[in-house]
Design a binder for this molecule. Structure first.
Ligand code: NI
Length: 432
């Protein structure tokens, strides 16, 4: 299939951060093949999408989430973290079955597609069901089976989660035309013993798989680590060799300057989740310090039960605002930096130069925003408009791998009514 996006304003997110006006973009099969002002040849053979008064940009990459947690949205809010987890979330999750996770994932994917996300980085369980939802919907995802145990043994060959991780990686990595990639997901240092973390690391290394882990999310985690291991959570993982593998570390709220140097040294990507960190009162990550040190920082929503949505435009906005507010410095995390975190830095985190920017040869993962909205007028500086005034509902088209998956309120690959019906049924069962 060949598409011609005609006459768009294009936010390329390329290294020069070029913004092109009255621009044509041609997509052939799964790739962008042309970006430029001149009318491309053979245009008459393409499906033409008129982009007058529309803005075209790379699809957003949600750097950390637990997509089926849409099922637990608006269920337990305004609670202490421990109460929230142990009295509400874990008991509900105990009742989950594979098909619940499948429909919860489809719901989350619908929400992401409608708000401009084309790729998400996830950690959960019943991963086959999530992968199936990704395959069916057409979105792109980086998936890891979350695993944990505080057992201090040395042999974890019978560990159910770890064995599932290995099987999942072998079965799904590179599947769905490469839209699905796999990783290993040791949950966190407070839910995984050092011995288990090492076992997960070694299993991942054997397969050449990357790591996705929660790190230094709360002050309690940080202080417990100092008490139990005599070092910070980041140093703990560094010493265990986790960071020798390609790693995405979610949160990093309490990292020290020394930790930041370690993250930089090992090219660890940090997934910043400002909405979740605020809602759970975890704190505010030292993002400007990490950027300054050259750490690759991406943006995530975290699960919908601690956010309570999967809206990346909200995270872009929060990422740009909260540093200014708490550090009393309006120059921190400017609009362009916040947009990079949600796009091109996400591509980097996945080791993909062909994701996160609009240029010939890249994957055709892109979105269109309608500029015919009061809050987008006057547009003036497009990057500022995207970081400070855009709304998720401005997204009018979402394309992944050259396929239009969402357009003008309509999902092309997902039966919306069926998903809502199933979700109601599931919630009646698990939230009682
Ligand atoms: Ni998380």
């Amino acid at each position: 299939m060949k598409y011609l996006f005609r006459n768009a304003m294009v936010i390329t997110m390329n290294s020069e951060m070029e913004i092109l006006e009255n621009c044509d973009v041609v997509v052939k099969d799964d790739r962008i093949v042309y970006v430029g002002k001149a009318k491309p040849e053979n245009a008459e053979h393409s499906k033409v999408i008129d982009c007058t008064r529309k803005l075209l940009m790379p699809g957003l990459i949600n750097g950390h989430t637990h997509v089926p947690m849409t099922l637990l949205r608006n269920y337990a809010d305004d609670k202490e973290l421990q109460t929230w987890l142990f009295d509400y979330i874990f008991p509900a999750e105990e009742k989950l079955e594979g098909r619940d996770v499948y429909y919860g994932s489809l719901l989350g994917i619908m929400e992401m597609l409608a708000s401009g996300t084309t790729c998400f980085i996830d950690m959960y369980f019943f991963m086959d069901d999530i992968a199936e939802a990704v395959e069916k919907s057409g979105i792109r995802a980086h998936l890891s089976r979350g695993v944990s145990t505080n057992d201090r043994g040395s042999d974890f060959s019978d560990h159910k989660g770890l064995n599932e991780s290995i099987e999942f990686y072998k079965k799904w990595n590179g599947v769905a035309c490469g839209r699905i990639t796999g990783a290993f997901g040791p949950h966190a240092i407070y839910t995984c013993s050092p011995e288990f973390l090492k076992a997960v690391r070694n299993a991942a290394e054997k397969l050449g798989a990357p790591i996705h882990v929660h790190l230094d999310e709360t002050r309690t985690e940080h202080e417990d680590s100092l008490r139990n291991f005599g070092k910070t959570p980041a140093k703990h993982l560094y010493d265990l060799g986790l960071f020798d593998l390609k790693t995405i570390a979610a949160h990093c709220v309490w990292v020290t300057p020394d930790d930041i140097a370690l993250l930089r040294e090992k090219d660890v990507t940090v997934a910043h989740n400002p909405g979740s960190n605020l809602k759970l009162a975890s704190g505010i990550a030292p993002v400007p310090e990490m950027i300054e040190a050259g750490v690759n920082v991406i943006l995530g929503t975290d699960g919908a039960s601690s956010n309570n949505n999967l809206n990346m435009f909200e995270e872009i906005n929060l990422a740009a605002l909260i540093q200014k507010g708490v550090k009393l410095d309006p120059l921190l995390v400017n609009a362009q930096e916040a947009l990079k975190m949600a796009t091109v830095n996400g591509g980097k985190a996945l080791g993909r130069k062909d994701l996160g920017s609009i240029k010939p040869g890249n994957k055709a993962d892109l979105i269109l925003l309608d500029l015919d909205k009061p809050h987008m007028n006057p547009l003036n500086k497009p990057c500022s408009a995207l970081a400070y005034s855009a709304q998720a509902a401005d997204v009018c088209l979402t394309m992944v791998d050259g396929r239009i998956l969402y357009r003008d309120g309509e999902f092309k690959t997902i039966d919306q009514e069926k998903v809502y019906y199933q979700i109601q049924k599931i919630c009646r069962r698990i939230l009682n």
